[in-house]
Unconditional design. Structure first.
Lengths: 372, 203
């Protein structure tokens, strides 16, 4: 069993979940014009306010990279609401990132490069005095959802009682120029599922969920990660399967034959291909009338953090019985019709599906249940 | 939770300019480096797969190892949907990262950028063989048999996985690379999947 007992989000629209929800409620986006990457692109990027980050990190004594700082801050803030101590042998830290400290390639000669992902993981683990070596998931944009699924699988094995799953990625020349080279960046804040969508908006962020194998006993509503699966399209390394094959398979396995889903948090990157693919997969699953949204219009595609940040917001949606709008959407236009909206609506949500897809044809799906 | 025993049915080691299939040296080159070894292996395998030439060295390593393991095996569509791929390394995609980074100032290449994610090697092997099962890629400072054994066991216990291609594939540069790929299933064999066995094979 895997129950969510605490969480935190840090991205362009807030440093905690409350701030996030406040900005989401007011239809505020963190995707803005960005001078820092004007050499690589003119596309808007959802960066984290540096001044805010500087004051948030004043108490951190070590020299840390931006990626490590974000990760540590997010984990700290999530743990602050618990009595969890990562020094306890029954705990584990699982990190999720796509490129970690890759920006160190700018400042370090290759032979002195200490920006390997495992080094960052060691630095983060050292800060928390982790008893167990952290596990690092590096599986493109499904990393966050896969980290949560891995957490559940380890909790079910019984080796650990508490697992902290944290995902983060920072904007860098490397990542920005890569997506620009693919011509997948939108010149305006992304418009998921829109007929005129132009591409994705990059965002930086960190998200943390603390999972426990014990059901919360504080009398409040709680969320459980019920099931999940991953699957590969076996079709193309950088484009999704046109029939949504892998996502269909992953979601089918996650749903285990049940279709009583109240809400779907899609991957919804707003690229022409992704959104069409998701609509096909959802249609094949018979879920095309279930309310679905993309959170990426608020803070962009946060890569390694996306799966975790968006799962936290899915959990929040369930706790508040509210389907948040797909920001950026004006006129729906996917190959298969979806139940999307650009207005927040109230609805009782007891069971949700979170989807993710990534380069390499990978796909992931998890099912969340309230009070189950 | 079904915890039936898992067996290592096939192994391919890539080390010291050799491909070693099931403990038997299968292919080697006198020249140092992965580049000549890869070329020799591709010729030897007669894969006839044009996409191979677009791959970066890490993906070529994965492709070749999987060809040694899977060639001659006929998998049904159902088996392909139930074949998991679980891999780890320490370098992520460092060699290709450096190459891509060097080109940022001029014309960054999308063909190169896609290879700056380590799970692409899973994608390449999946596409080649039509494999649609569970995926996972981890980063570890060095070969960690326990992580692989736990991940593989969990996948078999909690999903409908019937076969698993797994391993450790690291590529820093042409002369600093190593690989180990195994095929795991419930089909009884001499080698049981456990940390000790996997460490023996690796070392």
């Amino acid at each position: 069993m895997a129950f969510f007992i605490a969480s935190n989000i840090i991205n362009s629209i807030g440093f905690d979940t409350e701030e996030q929800i406040g900005n989401i409620e007011s239809y505020t986006t963190g995707i803005t014009d960005c001078d820092s990457f004007s050499g690589q692109t003119t596309a808007p990027i959802a960066t984290i306010d540096q001044q805010k980050l500087n004051s948030a990190r004043l108490h951190l004594k070590e020299t840390l990279t931006r990626f490590e700082t974000l990760s540590i801050l997010s984990i700290e803030k999530a743990l602050n609401n618990t009595t969890v101590d990562l020094n306890n042998p029954g705990t584990l830290l699982i990190l999720s990132t796509t490129k970690g400290n890759i920006e160190l390639l700018k400042t370090k000669a290759p032979e002195n490069f200490d920006g390997h992902v495992y080094s960052a993981a060691e630095n983060i683990a050292r800060h928390f005095n982790c008893h167990n070596t952290p596990i690092v998931v590096c599986n493109a944009c499904i990393s966050g959802v896969l980290a949560l699924l891995t957490a559940k699988r380890y909790l079910d094995r019984g080796k650990f009682h508490t697992i902290v799953a944290a995902g983060a990625d920072v904007a860098s020349d490397f990542i920005v120029s890569g997506f620009e080279a693919f011509k997948s960046l939108s010149g305006v804040p992304c418009k998921p599922f829109d007929k005129d969508r132009l591409g994705l908006s990059l965002g930086e962020g960190a998200g943390t969920i603390v999972l426990s194998n014990k059901k919360p006993t504080d009398g409040k509503d709680y969320i459980r990660l019920q099931s999940g699966a991953t699957a590969n399209d076996a079709n193309h390394i950088s484009g999704p399967s046109r029939t949504g094959e892998g996502l269909f398979l992953a979601a089918s396995k996650a749903l285990q034959g049940k279709t009583n889903i109240d809400f779907i948090s899609a991957h919804g990157t707003a690229t022409p291909y992704n959104d069409d693919m998701e609509s096909m997969a959802l249609s094949r699953l018979g879920l095309q009338s279930v309310p679905v949204n993309s959170f990426k219009g608020y803070f962009g595609h946060t890569l390694g953090a996306a799966g975790i940040i968006e799962t936290i917001l899915t959990a929040q949606s369930m706790l508040q019985n509210r389907v948040f709008a797909t920001l950026g959407l004006e006129n729906p236009g996917t190959i298969e019709k979806l139940n999307v909206s650009n207005k927040h609506t109230d609805k009782e949500l007891n069971k949700s599906l979170k989807l993710a897809s990534g380069f390499g044809g990978c796909n992931a799906a998890i099912v969340l249940e309230k009070n189950g | 939770m079904d915890s039936t025993t898992l067996y290592i049915n096939q192994t391919v080691k890539l080390k010291d300019n050799q491909f070693i299939l099931n403990n038997k040296e299968t292919l080697s080159t006198k020249e140092d480096g992965f580049s000549p070894l890869g070329k020799a292996a591709y010729k030897h395998l007669k894969s006839l797969y044009p996409k191979y030439y677009k791959m970066d060295p890490l993906c070529k390593m994965a492709f070749l190892c999987s060809e040694f393991i899977l060639s001659g095996t006929e998998l049904s569509d159902e088996q392909k949907e139930k074949t998991a791929l679980i891999f780890a390394n320490s370098s992520s995609t460092f060699a290709t990262d450096k190459k891509f980074h060097a080109g940022i100032g001029e014309i960054p290449s999308p063909a190169l950028f896609v290879y700056t994610l380590p799970n692409i090697l899973i994608g390449e092997v999946s596409i080649r063989n039509g494999l649609k099962g569970e995926n996972a890629f981890f980063i570890e400072p060095k070969f960690n048999a326990l992580l692989l054994v736990e991940q593989i066991s969990t996948i078999f216990d909690t999903t409908d996985t019937e076969l698993c291609l797994a391993g450790w594939l690291d590529y820093y540069d042409n002369t600093n690379y190593e690989g180990l790929m195994i095929l795991v299933s419930r089909k009884p064999d001499n080698r049981i999947l456990n940390s000790e066995q996997l460490n023996n094979i690796y070392n």
